[in-house]
Design a protein around this ligand. Structure first.
Ligand code: ADP
Length: 284
């Protein structure tokens, strides 16, 4: 199983969901079976009790699971059917850990965020990633995980820790991280300057949390200027090809093309050694 983690920095609503769905779509076009998991680091068990004014409409899955709209994007972009377990919330994880504690499953141990909550998150991800989500009924090859919120929030910390654990356990060639950042234009408008400092800070935050992004996707209102891409690569100490520009587009269905033009697939294939996965000849 290969994992692609999509995390975000600077602000929420930066476009993680669209980038995660688009990445999944590109992987699917190369013949791989793709599933997805959305992590929402809030205490609600699911989005069913949350005000649509605050959070947008609640998306209802085939099994009745009530969740965030992003799950709808995954189903549409990837042509898959997800279940309630494809949406992890802090509430669901704590509910499971506390139920296990009441049953005595921890055999008298002190139950702690690390390793018990983080272990429950990792176990959940590894279990659900294997569940077939399309008509083939076969286990997926790749699981795209979107971590909601922004890295650095207190709420996200156990999930980040679980992801570092997952990366260690599955190995570097089975784990790819895209960190989505925001490049503001100051002052807004055509004459404004694209500012890189929030991205530099966001990448610093994610590294200090124990993850090292393979790709920095920069959302900006207009295409990133070449010197700005160079500056981000230089300041964040990554290669030029690891900085992606994702500007505002008229429809989010253009985002997969933006990523494809910047060679996302070859980069993913190289790092995740995807050529080793046999694809049925009918799909190539
Ligand atoms: P997040 O998952 O980070 O909260 P979303 O992927 O849900 O963010 O995107 C937030 C909003 O921004 C959505 O309404 C989405 O349609 C829009 N959006 C995302 N990426 C782009 C883009 N490149 N151009 C225009 N709108 C976008």
């Amino acid at each position: 199983m290969k994992y692609v983690l999509v995390s975000g920095g600077v602000i929420s609503g930066v476009g993680k969901g669209i980038i995660a769905s688009s990445t999944g779509l590109l992987l699917k076009t190369s013949g791989l079976k793709v599933t997805s998991i959305k992590i929402d680091p809030y205490m609600n068990i699911d989005a069913g009790t949350m005000s649509p004014i605050e959070h947008g409409e609640c998306y209802v899955l085939d099994d009745g699971g009530e969740c965030d709209l992003d799950l709808g994007n995954y189903e549409r972009y990837l042509h898959i059917t997800l279940r309630r377990d494809n949406n992890i919330t802090t509430g669901k994880i704590y509910q499971q850990v506390i139920a296990a504690e009441r049953r005595g499953d921890y055999l008298g141990k002190t139950v702690q965020v690390v390793p018990h909550v983080t272990g429950a998150i990792e176990e959940w991800v590894e279990r659900v990633a294997k569940v077939p989500v399309d008509d083939s009924g076969e286990e997926p090859d790749v699981c795209v995980i979107e971590l909601g919120g922004t890295v650095g929030d207190i709420e996200s910390a156990p999930f980040i820790h679980a992801m570092t654990q997952l990366q260690r356990n599955v190995g570097k060639n089975n784990f790819f991280q895209i960190h989505v950042s925001y490049v503001p234009v100051i002052p807004p408008g055509a004459s404004g300057e694209q500012k890189t400092k929030p991205t530099q800070r966001a990448v610093g935050d994610v590294r200090s949390a124990g993850l090292n992004p393979d790709l920095i996707a920069c959302r900006c209102e207009r295409p990133l200027e070449e010197p700005i891409i160079k500056k981000i690569a230089n300041m964040c100490q990554v290669e030029h090809e690891q900085v992606f520009a994702v500007h505002d587009v008229s429809t989010t269905y253009r985002v997969p093309l933006l990523l494809e033009k910047q060679n996302l697939l070859p980069i993913l294939r190289r790092k995740l050694q995807l050529d080793a996965i046999t694809i049925p000849p009918t799909l190539v």
